[in-house]
Write a protein that binds this ligand. Structure first.
Ligand code: ADP
Ligand code: MG
Length: 713
């Protein structure tokens, strides 16, 4: 009898308590988890190199016959080396293994093996140290593409791949929840085929087809869960806001709104007063709208219009920002407007005293305060509203699953407006915002000075330091961004020479923590008289806020950071953005970062520092020189790197909205497939909103939702 996918992995050979714990670190508990632990790359062992034509730069395969019996040499206590010679028709080499004496029973004269490793020429002898090996038997072919899995301590590639193989043989094939006609129409293989071939591909084509199939599932189920959520939300009513007079608000603005801003406000107004008459209970279908506009395009003015509309109709509005700093910024820019219109506004911030917080909560509970700005602390149960009518969130992708769920609860009967500064290609926003109506601001307010962008190499370092100095001397401030600090470098021979068939490049050596810290130190030495602060992910909330506040107040000249500043901080006095190892960032990310400067009246600059010499990397960076248009950049990113950069990522929790985790989206080369997935999901929901005809799919979505609830509670 076959096993259910929910069986714990301890049924597998050689996996007891200890190893199960190690697997758990990778989020793997059941057979199904294990099967969904997809390889992150594949070693291509198909190309057998002759010894004479060995590749000194990378690991590759050699087909060798053992020439001498292995001999073990003790180097010193606790350290031994096993050595033998092996050959092919082109030459001979020496194969060695450290501290693996037991291998002497594996290799014997005359036996053939496929070795995989990096060969070096040492004086007269070619050496192959600790290569991977597979016995080669005439007539039995070895796999060409060998999976390389993400590892955790206590696990090896061999162990994982053996476990996956066994799991695949034991597990029952679940009923394919993808409706057959949709599968066939998109020429997708079966689930079983995809499972087997994503781990142990028969060939490149099989691998590609499998990735497509599984990625299609991800997009399809994601789209379906959003569409169903939208359907549910539409069924609940939100307040009818029929009192519409925005003229006083519009007159209070010191500028003319752009056409796109006016259109967005128009969309919002129409949503909030509903189509036609309100229902007898005075409600209309709730607004669920996202306002997408590049950094600086003026989304706040549109959102404020919605807040004014709510206040005018006697309802409260809550605006949530992802950080305290952003919340404070919104509050300080919007409160005067509200005050001038006769509505009271308040900020609810973690750094306020208990007494201050209580006063705000009381004002919200009594309805005295019309407009409140804060972080997700606004969602706490302690905070109650007399007449909450509108919830606005800024940069929503920064909110985690838990906050989103709490938000959904708090705003069940309110209008919802979301602001996003990530210019997302149209096709993708259909996927990501399937539960929202979309308004786009594609036009920038007039009179913006374009930011000049340069791509330079390490040889410009001295000049670059001089340029920073010049900006500061002129009274301006500088941002320096280093790539996110990641784990230690992988030097495991098993992870060398990985072959990633599609999608984004993987970077072998993330900039280690030390380098970023050292960098800040070097900069301090180069510019000793300047005030330089370093901020990174391990610096916690209050301290981080303190540094950001100090920078905003002009008390710091240069802020060196990892990408924590990405979210819309506004420091108009900053005129120079330097991005180190720029090739490691997605273009859209670079664009977001660049948007931190050019917010004031002074000419601003962005310098991308990169020593990448690859043609592709450089031409990618040059796109940044050519355009300031976030949408164009986003389209390029999508073409070059796949959709991964736009999907909710960051921490694991955000990845799984609606229980869906995008594991394979990064590897999806073409956009046609996910467009098809969304189209098919839409058509299916339109024809059969309850999914009555697709019981397997209904069950699958239900299970996903349940899993999601479990992660929240
Ligand atoms: P974002 O879309 O990034 O949130 P903001 O709403 O913060 O952008 O607007 C950026 C700046 O542009 C603000 O200083 C705002 O006052 C200004 N602004 C907004 N709309 C216009 C406009 N139509 N004309 C001129 N300036 C504008
Ligand atoms: Mg903003």
């Amino acid at each position: 009898m076959k096993l259910s996918p929910n069986t714990p992995i301890t049924v597998l050979n050689g996996i007891g308590e200890v190893r199960a714990k190690a697997f758990e670190k990778l989020g793997i508990v059941t057979l199904s988890d294990l099967i969904q632990h997809y390889p992150r790359a594949y070693q291509n062992r198909a190309n057998i190199h002759p010894v004479a034509g060995f590749d000194p730069d990378g690991a590759c395969s050699y087909l060798l016959t053992v020439a001498t019996e292995p001999r073990v040499h003790l180097i010193r206590r606790g350290m031994s080396i096993l050595r033998f010679r092996a050959f092919d028709e082109s030459g001979t080499c020496e194969v060695s293994y450290f501290n693996q004496n037991f291998l002497k029973d594996t290799f014997h004269v005359g036996m053939e093996f496929r070795f995989f490793g990096r060969m070096v020429q040492d004086k007269y002898v070619k050496k192959l140290a600790s290569p991977l090996f597979e016995p080669y038997v005439e007539g039995i072919s070895l796999p060409d593409l060998v999976p390389v899995y993400p590892l955790a301590a206590g696990l090896s590639q061999k162990l994982i791949s053996r476990a996956v193989k066994e799991a695949l043989s034991l597990v029952e094939t679940p009923e394919d929840y993808l409706p057959g006609d949709i599968r066939l129409k998109n020429k997708l293989p079966t689930l079983r085929y995809a499972w087997e071939n994503i781990h142990f591909p028969a060939d490149e084509e099989a691998l590609k087809r499998s990735v497509h199939r599984l990625a299609f599932n991800e997009f399809f189920t994601y789209a379906l869960s959003l569409l169903r959520a939208k359907g549910e939300r539409a069924a609940s009513g939100a307040p009818y806001m029929g009192e519409i007079d925005l003229s006083a608000y519009l007159d209070s603005l010191p500028y003319e709104l752009t056409y796109d801003q006016l259109c967005a406000i128009n969309d919002v107004v129409l949503d909030m007063c509903g189509e036609g008459e309100p229902a007898p209970d005075g409600t209309v279908a709730p607004m669920s709208r996202i306002l997408i506009g590049d950094v600086g395009s003026g989304k706040t003015a549109c959102a404020a219009a919605a807040a004014v509309l709510a206040a005018q109709n006697g309802y409260q509005c809550a605006l949530m920002a992802p950080t305290e700093i952003l919340a404070a910024q919104h509050y300080h820019s919007l409160a005067p407007t509200f005050a001038s219109l006769g509505y009271s506004a308040a900020l609810l911030s973690g750094s306020m005293t208990a007494k201050e917080k209580k006063a705000v909560r009381d004002g919200l509970a009594s309805g005295e305060i019309s407009f409140v700005v804060g972080t997700h602390a606004l969602l706490e149960n302690k905070v109650t509203f007399a007449r909450l009518g509108l919830v606005i969130t800024d940069e929503q992708h920064r909110f985690g699953v838990m906050q989103r769920a709490a938000l959904a609860e708090k705003s069940a009967h309110t209008h919802v407006l979301v602001m996003s500064a990530t210019p997302i290609p149209r096709t993708l926003s259909l996927v990501l915002h399937g539960d929202l109506d979309i308004s786009r601001i594609e036009q920038m307010p007039p009179g913006r000075m374009p930011i000049d962008t340069f791509v330079v190499g390490e040889s410009y370092r001295v000049r670059l330091n001089g340029f920073m100095e010049k900006q500061i001397a002129e009274g301006h401030q500088v941002y320096v961004v280093c790539p996110a600090v990641e784990g230690k470098e992988e030097t495991d021979p098993e992870n060398m020479a990985n072959y990633t068939p599609f999608g984004r490049e993987t970077f072998a050596s993330p900039l280690p923590m030390k380098a970023a810290v050292e960098y800040a130190e070097r900069l301090k030495q180069a510019l000793p008289h300047r005030r330089i602060e370093f901020i990174h992910g391990r610096i916690k909330g209050a301290e981080k806020d303190r540094i950001m506040q100090a920078f905003a107040a002009g008390e710091i000249d240069i802020l060196v950071s990892t990408t924590v500043i990405e979210v819309g901080v506004n420091v108009p006095n900053a005129t120079l953005m330097v991005i180190e190892n720029a090739e490691r960032f997605g273009l859209s990310q670079l664009h977001q970062l660049r948007g931190r400067v050019g917010r004031g009246n002074a000419k601003s600059y962005c310098v991308l520092v990169s020593d990448a010499n690859g043609e592709a990397a450089l031409s990618r960076l040059n796109i940044m020189k050519e355009t300031n248009d976030g949408y164009k950049i986003a389209e390029h990113d999508l073409q070059l790197r796949g959709p991964g950069d736009f999907l909710p990522t960051g921490d694991g929790a955000i990845r799984q909205h609606g229980g869906v985790t995008f594991r394979l989206a990064d590897r999806l080369g073409d956009t046609a497939l996910f467009e098809a997935a969304v189209e098919d999901a839409r058509a299916l929901i339109a024809a059969d909103p309850g999914l009555a005809a697709c019981p397997a799919l209904r069950a699958h979505l239900g299970a996903m939702q349940e899993a999601n609830l479990n992660t929240i509670n």
